[in-house]
Design a protein around this ligand. Structure first.
Ligand code: GLU
Length: 278
């Protein structure tokens, strides 16, 4: 078993992250496996070295240790883009110049047969040679699914909420995912779910252990894995740690920051108890 904790260093480590990290770490240790750490820091404005240092310090304080060097996405952006570009030769991506307003307007006047909640396909079919500096790159999902029609698009989930084998249904994917943005408008930064899928394969991750809020990204990741001939790991989506009002913790939720509990004299065991992993 090889698993990982993959925080985006845009704020302090809070109880929700601690739960995710401890759970993945303990599952790896129990299986005699490997636990890795990855910094998902492609958002160069929001991700800072200070946050990363604090996360490393908090994880160490929690008693967690990881094998191999920490993988930092910021050093791999050119590589992600080069791999994304290979989809161009296969006609699977296209440049998109739509603003949010354009998309809203197109969705407000739906055409028959076009799903209502996904990108309406305004720029679909634009050739890559037509790409302007500020354009996003979108996946032509219909073409991708046609290409993969003889592949079993499935994944195994072991988390409590959705345990079992899931099939990525092409029709539902068309309606729910659509032509997603793989590279953001105006920046050469690939989407989180694409970078993460590349990294999981490159780090030979066999089990992805992460919060339930990311369950909805799994189908598109499975589709991308097949497009790039990458293996599909087992997924384990865990419950989210919520605050007293039942809301999930956010990065700005400093009240639950591990550094705050540390400053107040809590021990790593106290943190484990707070998230029911004591
Ligand atoms: N970087 C993501 C986050 O902090 C986690 C990605 C993943 O575990 O797949 O929410």
């Amino acid at each position: 078993m090889r698993t990982r904790f993959a925080p985006s260093p845009t704020g302090p480590l809070h109880l929700g992250h601690a739960y995710s990290a401890i759970l993945a770490h303990d599952m790896a240790r129990a299986a005699g496996g490997v636990f890795l750490l990855r910094m998902e820091n492609t958002d160069l404005e929001r991700c800072t070295g200070e946050w990363e240092d604090l996360i490393l310090e908090d994880l160490t304080w929690l008693g967690l240790s990881w094998e191999e060097d920490v993988l930092r996405q910021s050093g791999r952006i050119a590589d992600y883009n080069a791999r994304l570009e290979t989809l161009a030769a296969r006609g699977l991506i296209y440049p998109c110049s739509c603003t949010r307003g354009d998309i809203r307007a197109a969705l407000a006047a739906p055409q028959e047969g076009v799903p209502h909640n996904v990108y309406p396909g305004t720029c679909r079919g634009r050739p890559m040679t037509d790409r302007q500096a500020g354009d996003a790159l979108r996946l032509d999902l219909g073409k991708a699914l046609d290409l993969l029609s003889d592949r079993p698009l499935t994944f195994v989930e072991t988390g409590q909420g959705h345990a079992g084998r899931h099939r990525v249904d092409a029709e539902i994917a068309r309606q729910m995912i659509g032509d997603v943005v793989l590279s953001r408008k105006g920046e050469d930064i690939v989407a989180y779910f694409l970078a993460s899928a590349f990294d999981d394969a490159d780090q030979a991750i066999t089990h992805v252990i992460r919060g339930e809020d990311l369950f909805e990204f799994t189908p598109i990741q499975v589709i991308l894995q097949h497009l790039f001939n990458l293996p599909t790991p087992v997924y384990h989506h865990h419950r989210l740690i919520r605050d007293g009002d039942g809301k999930r913790l956010a990065k700005r939720d400093d009240a639950r920051a591990i550094r705050k509990f540390r400053a107040e004299g809590a021990t790593p065991d106290d943190i484990r108890r707070m998230v029911d992993l004591g």
